[in-house]
Write a protein that binds this ligand. Structure first.
Ligand code: RIB
Length: 302
């Protein structure tokens, strides 16, 4: 069965930095690289690299980047029937700064991503009905995200909602998703609760479940991931690697989680696999470029 990714694409403009410049200051940075990114596109590519079938719904700009974004999807075997160009609008771009400890700071200019509308979902309804899962993030209009959640609930297609970048959300929609997958910062924004310790993180996730959210998976980077649902809570340990660039690791987690969950239906086992896939993606620089193929992943797993 296919996985539908309804979301964003960006061109990542990645600069490695020793430190960020102060206001009015010019400093030299060691290196620059450009790559295909955007949370939705990254998640779609992770699924595709792992051998999954993906239907991508996204909008590209009317500039030099638009056609290459579409070509990149095609080269991964992703269905681009609903990858549309928006006339007179720029593509989404993301200036990214990666420091020596592999931490990243990201700016996003949404561009064409702002033009993904609920009507696009209606237009693709017959194709999305045949999908086993819908994956959503928050780099496209929130009304489209909410519409897709309701659409999934009405049509019996499970939804994974990755609330990134962080935003306050209306629980009446979030409750209808099968999985809410925030990182710590996103969890803090949604719940307005502290998340500095593991017990605070668990308390915040539990608060969401009390609000009616079905299952919460908190991605914790080098600390693994935490599953919280009614009557069940489990911390899934991390897979430790020597990391050089953590950009896109959350997307690698979501894409691999979707692919293996669709195959097995086993949440905890799938989280272990997704922890491993996300960790491996941090061993190389870049976002999509750093995601292992199925063959590389299986080879690594032994
Ligand atoms: O999650 C990483 C992604 O966030 C980058 O690829 C960037 O494009 C932003 O969307």
């Amino acid at each position: 069965m296919k996985i539908a990714v309804i979301g964003s694409n960006m061109i990542d403009l990645v600069t490695t930095v020793i430190r960020m410049p102060r206001v009015g200051e010019t400093i030299e940075a060691p290196s620059f690289d450009m790559g295909f990114g955007g949370k939705g596109a990254n998640q779609a590519v992770a699924v595709a690299k792992l051998g999954g079938d993906v239907l991508m719904m996204t909008k590209v700009g009317d500039d030099i980047f638009g056609p290459s974004v579409k070509k990149n999807f095609e080269s991964m075997g992703i269905d681009t029937k609903y990858v549309d160009m928006v006339p007179g609008v720029s593509s989404g771009v993301a200036p990214i700064f990666v420091d020596a400890s592999s931490n990243n700071s990201i700016l996003i200019v949404k561009g064409a991503n702002n033009f993904l509308h609920p009507e696009d979902i209606d237009r693709a309804a017959e194709d999305i009905k045949g999908c086993g899962l819908i994956i959503l993030q928050l780099e496209v209009p929130l009304e489209t995200v909410y519409y897709a959640i309701e659409w999934g609930a009405k049509n019996g297609v499970q939804v994974i909602l990755n609330p990134a970048p962080a935003a306050e959300l209306d629980y009446s929609y979030v409750r209808k998703a099968s999985f809410l997958v925030p990182n710590e910062t996103e969890l803090e924004t949604i719940t307005k609760m502290p998340v500095s310790t593991m017990s605070e993180i668990a308390a915040a996730a539990r608060a969401l479940v009390r609000e009616g959210v079905r299952s919460v998976i908190v991605t914790l980077g080098s600390k693994g991931s935490l599953y919280v649902a009614e009557g069940r809570e489990e911390l899934v340990p991390p897979h430790t690697v020597k990391s050089v660039d953590s950009t896109g690791a959350g997307d690698a987690f979501i894409g691999s989680f979707a692919q293996y969950y669709l195959k097995t239906g086993d949440v905890i086992e799938t989280m272990k696999t997704a922890n491993r896939y996300a960790a491996l993606s941090t061993m190389k620089p870049g976002t999509q470029k750093s995601f292992p193929t199925l063959e590389e992943f299986e080879r690594y797993a032994g």
